[in-house]
Design a protein around this ligand. Structure first.
Ligand code: ACO
Length: 325
């Protein structure tokens, strides 16, 4: 039997820390409001590094932690909603920078669910094609698509990147069960970013291009508190597993209140959720791999531990994976 093994993780976030107090000087908000409504205390905001640069630094960290060299990698997938360019893809830029000459490379656009989507796609390709070792990355510089005059969104997001290396193995598959899905109608109504308009001599519609994230926070909140517990239940049921055997749930880090409500609905102790939204805010596709990388950095995961990844975000999309290390 051939399975997929997760070799290691890495992450990188810009050094510049922006606190809630700093935001008080930019928009009409307060540290107290942001903490009470979101749990976020600070976030990292790039002062110059782009999505490729963050992805590259996270990738180097993951390769080192996996004891891999660039020539070992034959597949690179980057999940991002905030690429530096539409073309080349972020993954192709990383392939060039790393010099992984044997690697195929492409991006995945599934917003905050992008890293888990990438994990599912990469593991399927590893098992189903001649690609045997993948580097997957979630990288975002969301600050470039945030309207810094809109207090309802600019306080929520942060920049960062996380990465993982996966390889084909002869042992039992580490990825025990997965789920991923989408609701495009709900996505159009509740969360849209950077709508590119026709800008040609033939265009009938001359309405202004929208560059920034626009979100109906309440709608996304309702969706998130319902889908997060559903992902956990679906993964447990698919793998015939009990929640008591799960060491950590790593939810997408969007808002502490969403995690609190998911814990209440699942009737489980909040301690089971790994939380770092207080330090990074919502880093979209980077949030889950940053959390995973931190768990390993802090030596909180041992061989045989089982964890659940549970993501939701723009699209709307959602995705989950139950993993055994
Ligand atoms: N500071 C102070 N007041 C504010 C701020 C702010 N930063 N932002 C909004 N307010 C005000 C509003 O104007 C409103 O005032 P009003 O009552 O006078 O009209 C009041 O606070 C309440 O606003 P709500 O939007 O109802 O606040 P809510 O409690 O819903 O919290 C939030 C907003 C934090 C955005 C919440 O809805 C949320 O977390 N939603 C989910 C977001 C999410 O999970 N996104 C994930 C996907 S992101 C992606 O995929 C890229």
């Amino acid at each position: 039997m051939k399975g997929v093994k997760l070799l290691g993780f890495g992450h990188y976030c810009p050094e510049n820390i922006v606190t809630n107090k700093d935001l008080e000087t930019i928009v009409e908000t307060t540290d107290d409001w942001i903490i009470k409504r979101t749990g976020i205390k600070e976030r990292r905001i790039s002062t110059g590094e782009g999505t490729v640069e963050l992805a590259y630094k996270a990738a180097l960290n993951a390769l080192e932690n996996s004891n891999c060299i660039k020539d070992d990698i034959d597949l690179i997938i980057v999940a991002t909603t905030s690429p530096d360019k539409i073309m080349p893809s972020t993954a192709c830029s990383i392939q060039g920078l790393l010099g992984c000459k044997n690697a195929a490379a492409f991006d995945i656009s599934a917003a905050c669910s992008g890293f888990v989507y990438s994990l599912i796609v990469a593991s399927s390709l590893i098992k189903g094609t001649d690609k045997k070792r993948a580097l997957i990355i979630g990288s975002e510089v969301l600050s470039k698509i945030i309207d810094w005059s809109d207090r309802s969104t600019c306080v929520l997001f942060g920049d960062g990147a996380g990465a993982a290396v996966l390889e084909l193995c002869e042992e039992e598959d580490s990825i025990i069960s997965t789920c991923f899905s989408a609701d495009g109608n709900l996505g159009e109504k509740s969360l849209v970013a950077a709508e590119l308009k026709l800008n040609t001599p033939f265009a009938q519609d001359n309405s202004i291009e929208k560059r920034y994230v626009e979100m109906k926070g309440g709608e996304v909140f309702k969706f998130a508190v319902s889908v997060l517990p559903e992902i956990v239940k679906e993964l447990l049921s698919k793998s015939n597993e009990d929640i008591d055997n799960i060491k950590y749930i790593i939810p997408h880090q969007a808002n502490l209140r969403i995690i609190d409500e998911a814990a209440r609905r699942l009737k489980i102790n909040k301690e089971k959720f790994y939380i770092n939204v207080d330090r990074y805010g919502n880093t979209s596709a980077a949030s889950i791999p940053i959390a995973l990388s931190e768990l390993f950095e802090k030596d909180l995961i041992k061989k045989g531990d089982k964890i659940i990844l549970a993501a939701f975000g723009g699209g709307l999309t959602w995705a989950g994976a139950l993993i055994k290390f």
